[in-house]
Write a protein that binds this ligand. Sequence first.
Ligand code: HEM
Ligand code: CU
Length: 582
Amino acid sequence: MSQGTAAHGSAAAHVHQAPTGFWKKYIFSVDHKVIGIQYWFLALAAVFVGMGLSLYMRLRLAWPSGEFPFFGGAQMTPEMYLALVTMHGTIMVFFVLTTAPQGGFGNYFLPIQIGAADMAFPVLNMLSFWVTFVAFVVMVAAFFVEGGAPIGSWVAYPPLSAIPSAGPGQGMGMNMWIISIAIFCLGALLGALNFIATTLDMRARGMSLMRMPMTCWVWFVTAVLGLLAFGVLLAAGILLLLDRTAGTSFFVPGGLVISEQLIDHKGGSPILWQHLFWFFGHPEVYIAILPGMGATSQILAVFSRKPVYGYRAMVMAMCGIGLLGFLVWGHHMFISGMSPYTSMVFSVLTLSIGVPSAIKTFNWIGTMWGGQIRFHAPMLYAIGFVSLFISGGLSGIFLGQPSLDLYLHDTYFVVAHFHLVMGVAAIFGMFAGTQYWFPKMFGKMMNETISKIHFWITFLGVYAIFMPMHYMGIVGHPRRYAETSGVDFLAPLQPMHVFISYAAMIVIGAQLLFLFNIIWSLAKGTKASDNPWEATTLEWSVPSPPPFDNFGGRVPVVYRGPYEYSRPGEAKDFVMQDEPMK
Ligand code: HEM
Ligand SMILES: [Cu+2]
């Protein structure tokens, strides 16, 4: 789109008055900034629930016969462990990783960074958040219905997920899980539409696509992925619900016997679910990580006082990752009995994602190379992101080889891989984004000392938790098992479980520091100036926090690219995007 046609967005399209009542202002607000903060707080609540569940799993794994509060002082049953695995994975993937980076930061900063007054469809935006909120309530409620939470893991493979009598939690709990995910998909689809329309249609004059900050690119690409992926999951979820309630047999094979009872379904294919789920599931890991990549690119440039190295290559790499992300779902199914020729195609495509990923990694290092690095807290977390992305990405190269995956599949090697590359790296992207944008969102600086202590404990701690799991996986420890006592060859691993659980307790405890930092900084933090990091993008040209219409009645015009740092001949070492050429 040319610069001319992009000009109509911003102020003219949405002149709505600032609301004054409490409900309209803070609860059912159509202001993208309030909605962004709502998403962010939802993810914050969800991550503490998800972490709490992981703590209980770690206790059970390290001390199998231990009796813990919350279970009435009784030992946790293996079924309860599986329910925790399911809910932990689901809450983390959907309500944390899909929610804060896109719904939170994207909502808040996409319009401001492109020079618009709001998202393209503000009321739809409000609806997206509340739909997502309802999905979260329904998900957590699954713990409290008859039979408790489902035990089918976050991938909900049938027949376990399709047959209510297949286990505790597979009745009402599983229904709630599917319904919650379906509601979540609706919210995500609405949000994706809004992000795409806003990026294409609402840019200020002069904000050509190639002048957009990297963050806007990632929110845009993530929205396209979301639009294509969540629709498939929604459809699959509805079919699964029909199998459970209406007697259809999309996913249930004939002749199945469960608890000595012949199941009255015939002719369905459990593998069909795997295809549909992973057609969503692999792009989903990019939906989780791309926004973190954008925040990292942005922060590395700002705190190295250099442009993003190879901006065009970064944009192309991101689009390449997005496209390839839809062609590799079969690498989750190497052991499903697929033809070895099919595995080979999926394997080659999977390994080829290494190319754009390596481009990004080298360009991040290139951005820092020779820069005047300022080691403020946002920079530490961004460097942490790069480190975790590399550490977790490398094991993906092993898992992408069918011959190795046959052996490593469903072991702790996989748990180590995806936690590092998707889980914790994405969380570090969120920490980095929070540290970087907190001054703009709340008008207060975060406490730098607490941030640095939190960074080092968390950074070293997550390596202590997840690195040993590679070894456990290689020696054959299966995942999703509450305990392995009685299995001789796994008995020597028990001290390692204990070590990991202590590391997890320390890391989880350290997150209270993060929470404390937020509360303390909101109440007592030093006041933030408009541009405390001396950055160039448009959100730093407005007050902290920004006024209701973002630019206070001014219509921003963009004259430059997003990364004009350390230009020879300039008085300052940064030039804002809306500063006219001399
Ligand atoms: C303090 C940090 C964390 C700890 C201690 C932790 C611990 C665990 C444990 C013990 C399991 C079960 C392993 C098994 O028995 O197979 C698990 C599974 C899982 N975790 Fe985490 N986790 C943490 C953070 C995260 C984060 C940030 C994510 C975000 C993606 C995440 C996503 C998952 C997923 C998707 C599963 C798989 C669930 C399944 O098998 O269905 N975890 N985690
Ligand atoms: Cu994948």
